[in-house]
Design a protein around this ligand. Structure first.
Ligand code: WT7
Length: 635
């Protein structure tokens, strides 16, 4: 079994349980008998369960079958169905009581605020949809979004969905090189971006990164760049390529037709890191993803018409896609989107946002919670957080200590804390408690109804309760990805052939006697740095691209705040001695180099110079041995 971080010991002894308050049970969408019924239905008829979930949404045409499993693992949900996620997330609200309800509350880092009702959002989305069509973007063409957390980002996602153009989001913290690769990879006709944005008290010049990235992309890609004016600073607008968003929308109609999509036509691509090579594009479709996002948001997050949902994740990650944008809008909730750094100008920012907008649900990441913990309870204490009724966490193991802290200091020991396990590939939460569940700090609870999860050994046999093993999913689920773009063989190999017939998640976990899952960490060569997936292979490739690096190996080290950070072992090219004054300067250069190549997501603690790297006889780097030397772990 691969090594795991220090939280494991704590997980093994954690015995506390928290029962829901009577009021929580009375008010929950899913009450204990509903949940029992859901498990019973899903157990008796898996497809009937998911069909019921699909019937909660509007369709242009219903499916011929719930699932086409004729060509596994390329499962196709709701074949024959037609519709569009933008219809359910937006259009239908315009003919319902939600029309004039707030869809989006946005706060800029400087404290500026913009609000959109469903109707206002609808009109803005239609204008952009028309503008994109005017730029020649049609059904199936990709639109790349390199955008900060601003309202236009939500508009852009929905506008692309509306015209049937898959969006390919590149998180605004990624480097020019990553952007270039993804524009090339997706051949995106249009790139939508902003002039800049504010984070941590600084203005980030996003357009400059775009200008650095785009020269040299393949000729049919990035024909146009649509620029949202956020900061208003001077930027280089290159004619005829660059167009201001506001100029483009001025003449557009606030009405635009919604493309009628087939069930498995792509809605978006999202790149994520695996254990080999470059990040791959995970593709999600319109129908299954919509059903999964809607159903889980309604049941797990227990959303009510009065909810104001604060998801701290950037829209550019899967969490932002599913539970920051699509899930909330599909259910007619109100979402809060915050532009800036969560601790700016001080650690009171998030509690202050919760207080000022009356957030009822707070969905955050363990890294963020640990960052807040460092300041003690003073900030949440100063604010009125009494509107909160649910807390959530996602992205990395939360652990009992951070769990207790959030539960107590944000939730006043009365809000259920839902630690949700899922992935970019799963599209929706898979293993998670519900508000009525008995909670165990540090556990992600049970598999949701309709999800068959298990912990197995290398041969696929279930392990005993309490034993560690590989986390697998044994039956298809609606929001599962359609595959990896252009790489069906890679999709099969990475997820479906490690343990034949099961979806291999890449995580190590155990399940206790009550069926609760405890996630221990990744089983593969993927680091989880502050909830961001980073393949060791990617970092190694970035390092070896440096002229003074001959060979490199990267491992993860446990980190108190970020969960994990990277450490590199480098065999330098002897030329470095003449080029740098000392090893410290070389180390700094290599770290800056990785940042330039991959973006600030990859936090590197140190670079150690070595004469050789340990290898197998066939020449593969023995990262396990390096880890053992570093951490004293038994591989
Ligand atoms: C990996 C997926 C799904 C949104 C964010 C990450 C880890 C995810 C949990 C959790 C422990 C978790 C797993 C998983 N992970 N949620 N609640 N507890 N670990 O999406 O970038 O696709 O990463 O994140 O290791 O495999 P992602």
């Amino acid at each position: 079994m691969p090594p795991t971080t220090g939280t494991l010991d704590a997980l093994l002894v954690e015995q506390r349980v928290f029962r829901p308050a009577p009021a929580t049970v009375i008010e929950a969408n899913i009450k204990p008998h509903d949940l029992a019924e859901a498990y019973a239905l899903a157990g008796a008829d898996h497809l009937a369960f998911w069909e019921k979930a699909a019937l909660e949404l509007e369709w242009r045409r219903k499916w011929d079958a719930v699932l086409d499993a004729s060509n596994p693992p390329l499962y196709r949900w709701f074949p024959g169905a037609q519709g569009n996620i933008a219809h359910n997330a937006l259009d239908r609200h315009v003919h319902a009581w939600t029309k004039n309800k707030l869809a989006l509350i946005w706060e800029g880092e400087a404290g500026d605020c913009r609000k959109f009702t469903y109707f206002e959002l609808y009109r803005e989305v239609n204008r952009l949809a028309g503008a994109l069509r005017g730029l020649g973007v049609g059904r199936g063409d990709r639109v790349c979004l390199y955008m900060p957390p601003i309202p236009e980002t939500v508009v852009a996602m929905l506008a692309a969905a509306k015209i049937g153009a898959p969006h390919v989001f590149v998180f605004a913290g990624y480097s020019a090189k990553a952007l270039r690769e993804r524009v090339n990879d997706s051949r995106a006709k249009v790139v939508i971006t902003a002039d800049g944005f504010y984070r941590g008290g600084r203005m980030i010049d996003l357009k400059a990164v775009v200008d650095e990235a785009l020269p040299g992309v393949r000729p049919e890609a990035a024909e146009s760049v649509v620029v949202v004016r956020r900061t208003g600073h001077d930027i280089d607008m290159q004619e005829p390529r660059d167009l201001y968003y506001h100029d483009l929308l001025r003449q557009e109609s606030p009405e635009a037709p919604t493309e009628v999509m087939e069930a498995d036509e792509p809605l978006f691509w999202l790149h994520t890191s695996g254990s080999t090579g470059k990040p791959k594009a995970v593709v999600h479709g319109h129908a299954g993803y919509m059903v999964g996002a809607h159903h889980t948001f309604r049941t797990v997050f227990d959303v009510k018409p009065t909810d104001i949902h604060f998801c701290t994740a950037d829209p550019g990650w899967i969490t932002g896609h599913t539970y920051g944008v699509y899930g909330p809008l599909l259910t007619g909730a109100t979402v809060i989107l915050y532009e800036g750094h969560p601790l700016y100008p001080q650690a009171d920012r998030l509690p202050s946002i919760i207080e000022r907008y009356g957030a009822t649900i707070f969905y955050a990441t363990p890294t963020l919670i640990r960052m807040l913990m460092r300041y003690g309870p003073q900030y949440p204490k100063k604010r009125d957080l009494s509107t909160l009724r649910l807390l959530g966490s996602v992205g990395e193991p939360l652990g009992p200590e951070a769990w207790m802290w959030l539960y107590k200091h944000f939730g006043g020991s009365k809000c259920p804390l839902l630690d949700t396990w899922w992935q970019t590939e799963t599209g929706m939460a898979m293993i998670a408690p519900m508000p009525i569940s008995v909670l165990k700090p540090g556990s992600v609870g049970k598999a949701l109804p309709g999800i068959e999860a298990e912990v197995v050994d290398q041969a696929g046999a279930p392990v005993e309760p309490g034993q560690g093993g590989y986390l697998v999913i044994k039956k298809p689920w609606p929001a599962m990805c359609l595959g990896l773009e252009g790489d069906p063989a890679g999709y099969r190999a990475a997820y479906w052939e490690r343990i034949p017939g099961m979806y291999f998640a890449g995580d190590v976990a155990r399940r206790d006697e009550d069926g609760y899952f405890w996630i221990q960490g990744r089983a593969d060569e993927v680091l989880n740095i502050a909830g961001h997936r980073v393949g060791t292979a990617e970092v190694e490739a970035a390092l070896t691209a440096h002229r003074f690096v001959a060979e490199a190996a990267v491992i993860g080290l446990p980190d108190k705040i970020k969960g994990e950070v990277a450490k590199a072992f480098v065999v330098p090219d002897p030329g470095w001695i003449a080029a740098f004054p000392d090893a410290d300067a070389f180390d700094a250069e290599l770290r800056a180099h990785v940042r330039r190549e991959l973006g600030p997501i990859v936090v590197m603690r140190s670079v150690e110079l070595r004469d050789t790297l340990p290898k197998t006889t066939s020449g593969k780097i023995l990262r396990r041995q390096l880890r053992k030397e570093e951490l004293g772990e038994v591989g």
